[in-house]
Write a protein that binds this ligand. Structure first.
Ligand code: 5GP
Ligand code: MG
Length: 183
């Protein structure tokens, strides 16, 4: 796995330090009271696990399966909600967690749905945000790191289902992407 990485973009120590700051900001910003955290599967799992253990207040955790990427390295533009039931968010303050803000379609669609479902307030946190124009107008309230417009893996982010368990954010070798049929 490690041998498929061209370069490490953000190493583990740097990520963990940044999560301390993000958790502190989240604790400061949310009013006291029940908080529902929604984790977008599967990409935000590792980020969520490390971030939420730093947030010292009662939270409920829900997971949401949405598909926007369908396995390749480019977005297809459509966001599908794959769960049969949507988490109960009516009257709740919601913190939405995703791995990366790319075109913005995923975050935009989920935030819209959360409002439709009656959430009192929605804030979002992403580990990474690509420095590029978004396809839709959306921004995250908490951003771990701004990165360039390139495809990254690790720390929850996959390429065709692999590399999620790498402890850092890295860029794949071009030969690996070509070999396993990226676009
Ligand atoms: P968006 O809807 O903002 O275009 O894309 C969000 C989703 O696309 C993310 O949750 C993630 O699953 C996927 N994605 C976008 N950029 C990357 C990337 O550089 N690497 C990986 N592994 N996934 C990405
Ligand atoms: Mg993905």
């Amino acid at each position: 796995m490690r041998e498929d990485i061209e370069r490490v973009l953000i190493d583990e120590v740097v990520i963990e330090k940044r999560l301390d700051g993000m958790a502190a900001a989240i604790e400061r910003d949310f009013p006291p009271g029940p908080l529902v955290v929604i984790i977008l599967l599967k990409g935000a799992l590792v980020f969520a696990a490390d971030l939420l253990r730093r947030v010292a207040r009662p939270i409920g955790i829900e997971c949401l399966n949405v598909a926007s990427y369908h396995g390749a390295t480019t977005s297809c533009g459509k966001v599908d909600f794959l769960d049969r039931q949507f988490p109960e968010v009516r009257g709740r303050h919601v913190l939405l967690l995703d791995d990366i803000l790319d075109t913005g379609r995923t975050l935009h669609a989920v935030i819209e749905r959360l409002h439709e479902e009656g959430a009192t307030a929605v804030r979002s946190a992403v580990l990474l945000a690509k420095d590029k124009p978004r396809a839709v107008t959306v921004s995250a309230d908490y951003v771990g790191f701004e990165i360039g417009d390139e495809f990254v893996v690790g720390y929850g982010l996959d390429y065709l289902g692999r590399y999620r368990n790498l402890p850092f954010i890295g860029v794949l070798k071009a030969a690996v992407v070509a070999r396993v049929g990226g676009s």
